[in-house]
Design a protein around this ligand. Sequence first.
Ligand code: ZN
Length: 348
Amino acid sequence: MSLSENLEKLSNAYGVTGREEEVRNLLIKLMKPYVDEITVDRLENVIGVKKGKKSSPKVMLAAHIDEIGLMVKTITKEGFLQFVKMGGIDDRILLAQKVLVHTKKGLLHGIIGSKPPHIQKEEERKKIVAYDELFIDIGAASREDAETKGVKIGDPVVFDVKYAKISDDVVIGKAFDDRVGCAIMIEVLKMLEKTDCTIYAVGTVQEEVGLRGATTSAFGIDPDVGIALDVTVAGDVPGVKEFESNMKMGKGPALTVADAGLITHPKILRLLLDVAEENKIAYQLETGLPGTTDAARISLTRQGVPSGTVSVATRYIHSPTGMLSLKDAENAAKLVAAAIQKLKAILT
Ligand code: ZN
């Protein structure tokens, strides 16, 4: 299956932070043909291993399988669901979104509602409605009715958005952060049919709430090198100054020089740059982003692990629908696969 087909499946699958089961099972299925073994560790990270030569480096690829979403906090006696946010979500994008509540009895459709604007006071209309003033309306008549439908405190809630290809190269969909990283990871495995390195392809859990899955999986794997595959903010939209973000959709994979948690190891950055030049892969260099990726935790594992991040510049991340270029994702995979083939030389 192509990267685009895999991304469609991964984007449409569900896996709010801490409830990643569905997407994990999908990743296991998609990864299976390209690895020698697959394990799920204690925190429920999924680890595909492609065995190489004993003397060659162990490489950990990390793509997080969790996605931002909501969690039911309270059910009002009228049957509305109040919620907390799982991961960084801007309150302004929540209102009027269609969502799916995952209950033990199955999926329930809902809409995020608020006090109708028509009856809001002038000042109220001007201010942002905070998430704790919003609610999910599942059409229930009462708390009992909502409970009968299967709703329980703690149920995960996802945005109800379907993947779509809107041009030859551009796609929109849910949870590109970081299902595109998962799709790239599968491509890298495909391209590395012949390699001396041992590859650990890790679908990490709970990244959005503090890089938790990467922390434990990296400790267990003890890799020689770590590479996170993730998304970054594309700043090529009106209102963004170049200094705030100079990453552009469609201009090639983004290589992190430094972000809030990681300074890409100089040897890894050099290797990625050399390989990009050799293979004529266009790339973008990014620095100074306030966020970080799984690579931040991998790099601080045990005595330290040389690590880097390769990202896809994605528009509207941490909102219900993102937009990205498939070419960027394909080139990210090519770049990482080619870099892994040359790893041994920089480590010895
Ligand atoms: Zn991410």
